[in-house]
Write a protein that binds this ligand. Structure first.
Ligand SMILES: Nc1nc2c(c(=O)[nH]1)N[C@H]1C(S)=C(S)[C@@H](COP(=O)(O)O)O[C@H]1N2
Ligand SMILES: [Mo]
Length: 335
């Protein structure tokens, strides 16, 4: 249970943030909502406790982009008590190679991305292949706020209040055939608006993949926003995946195609360096990257001279929710 395992994060939140005016306001709003019974019905006991402790929707709402109203998610594991990463850090320290390979490149360059009109094609082994507009997708299911850790394979992590709904909601609508075993995610590769696509660091378009049961897991989020607003371009606007128990590169940004297949998809990072980036890429402190350890991580925003590294958790802390998906598998072999 998160309340036991995240003592540190909890204490930190109380000491440093509890006096924050906006946090108080958020807690009051949430308590009013709960008292009126509007939110209570949708929240299990643990979820309401964790949401109350964090005052989720009140924190760091930057106010520059269109707001994205959401309800609190009741998906188990969707809320962590750790202190949220500052919006400024989450939107200025990014990996989005289509806009350059430096962490600051996406924030400087992604303004050229044109996020409207936008469509996502669903194809392959499904009963109902379709072309969805962004507007259709936004309405397809209720938007929820979920606070997930995202752990990059390079050794840093963030805690972000994402907005979206489980990808399973969309998958159920298109009805995969019995032969569908994998899902391939293709992201935009537009040389006109994405300066990085001219480089050969990766084989464009950026492609990622999941096993169908991983894609159907309720934690797998189709995300349209963060911190109460639509995604900033550098974070993968207008929609991206967030798979919180896997290394960050599995969470493809600016999705344009979702394809159901019977074969394991060839993914961009695996094609670039198969010995370094496996198909599964579950966060695992016991399986090192060939060039560095994965046992610890640096939390963005805590990178002062004396900041302690954090221990990386098995499946990024989501083992109770997703461990079963890998029962009996040799995770050193299927890394
Ligand atoms: N299309 C696309 N998606 C991408 C990437 C990318 O380069 N292109 N980088 C991945 C990597 S390596 C990480 S760690 C996360 C970073 O997400 P963030 O910038 O929102 O933290 O996005 C992932 N999604
Ligand atoms: Mo990453």
């Amino acid at each position: 249970m998160l309340i036991k395992t995240n003592r540190d994060g909890f204490c930190q939140l109380r000491n440093s943030d509890i006096t924050d005016q906006s946090l108080y306001a958020g807690r009051r709003d949430l308590m009013k909502l709960m008292a009126s019974g509007a939110a209570g019905a949708a929240l299990s006991t643990w979820a309401s406790r964790e949401a109350l402790a964090q005052g989720v929707s009140a924190i760091a709402r930057p106010g520059k982009l269109a707001s994205l109203p959401s309800v609190k998610s009741a998906v188990p594991g969707a809320v962590t008590l750790e202190k949220l990463t500052d919006y400024k850090d989450a939107s200025s320290y990014n990996n989005f190679y289509e806009f350059g390979t430096d962490k600051s490149d996406p924030a400087s360059n992604a303004h050229t991305l044109k996020t409207s009109p936008w469509t996502v094609e669903i194809e392959g082994l499904v009963k109902r292949p379709a072309k969805y507009t962004l507007e259709d997708l936004l309405k397809l299911s209720a938007q929820q706020e979920r606070i997930y850790r995202l752990r990059c394979v390079e050794g840093w992590s963030m805690v972000i209040p994402w907005i979206g709904y489980s990808l399973s909601e969309l998958i159920k609508k298109v009805e995969p055939l019995g032969s569908a075993k994998y899902v391939e995610f293709v992201t935009l590769a537009d040389p006109k608006t994405m300066p990085g696509v001219g480089s050969r660091v990766l084989d464009w378009p950026y492609v990622e993949g999941l096993r169908l049961d991983e894609a159907m897991h309720p934690l797998t989020l189709l995300s349209f926003g963060m911190y109460g607003e639509v995604l900033p371009n550098q974070s993968g606007a207008p929609l991206r995946l967030v798979v919180p128990w896997k290394y960050g590169f599995k969470s493809g940004k600016s999705l344009v195609k979702i394809r159901f297949t019977d074969k394991q998809p060839a993914t961009a990072w695996n094609k670039a360096a198969a010995n370094e980036y496996g198909f599964y890429s579950n966060v695992n402190p016991n399986v090192d990257h060939p060039r560095w350890s994965q046992a610890t991580e640096r939390r963005i925003g805590e990178d002062g001279l004396f900041a302690k590294k954090r221990k990386t958790l098995m499946f990024n802390g989501y083992e109770a929710q997703v461990g079963q998906l890998y029962a009996g598998m040799d995770l050193k072999k299927f890394f």
